[in-house]
Design a protein around this ligand. Structure first.
Ligand code: FES
Ligand code: FES
Length: 157
């Protein structure tokens, strides 16, 4: 075991971890961050996506020790971001969720995409979000919701 210190959604956390323990386990089981979903544990579904120092990673494929000294943002950490709030409202408006299991990962990934590329469209958007699986098949509603939220991410908004 060793101790790591990471910032999760703005709060500093000190956690004891095994060398082979993954970030997903730490977030859900040790820190109670349950928006991060555990499904395949193999890097395939993308439902465990979080932002690590601003970049999307699959937390089931990221060793907890790699997060030492870094910042983790999950869907919970986006509640205070006005643009992300509008993005979430857009998901509701467009019916971009059924069971909602994939929604936190899509919100985190979409927020990242729109923050760096607020004009994204078409195949580029699909490609950016292609690492996340929606078992309910609401992909087109998700694309519509993200596109509708682009205006909130533009500088002049
Ligand atoms: S649980 Fe991490 S990619 Fe599926
Ligand atoms: S809404 Fe059910 S998995 Fe996407």
């Amino acid at each position: 075991m060793r101790t790591i210190i990471l910032t999760v959604n703005g709060l500093s956390k000190e956690v004891s971890v095994n060398d082979n323990e993954v970030l997903l386990n730490v977030l859900r089981d040790k820190l109670g961050v349950t928006s991060v979903k555990a499904a395949c544990w193999k890097g395939e579904c993308g439902l465990c996506t979080v932002l690590l120092n601003g970049l999307p990673v699959k937390s089931c494929m990221t060793l907890a020790v790699e997060a030492d000294g870094k910042e983790v943002i999950t869907a919970e950490g986006l509640y205070s971001d006005e643009r992300a709030k509008k993005l979430q409202e857009s998901f509701v408006k467009h019916g971009a969720l059924q069971c909602g299991f994939c929604t936190p990962a899509f919100i985190v990934a979409s927020h990242h995409v729109l923050s760096k590329e607020p004009d994204i469209d078409g195949e580029d958007l699909k490609k950016e979000l292609s690492g996340i699986t929606c078992r309910c098949g609401t992909y087109y509603q998700i694309y519509d919701a993200v596109k509708d939220a682009r205006k909130y991410y533009k500088k002049d908004h």
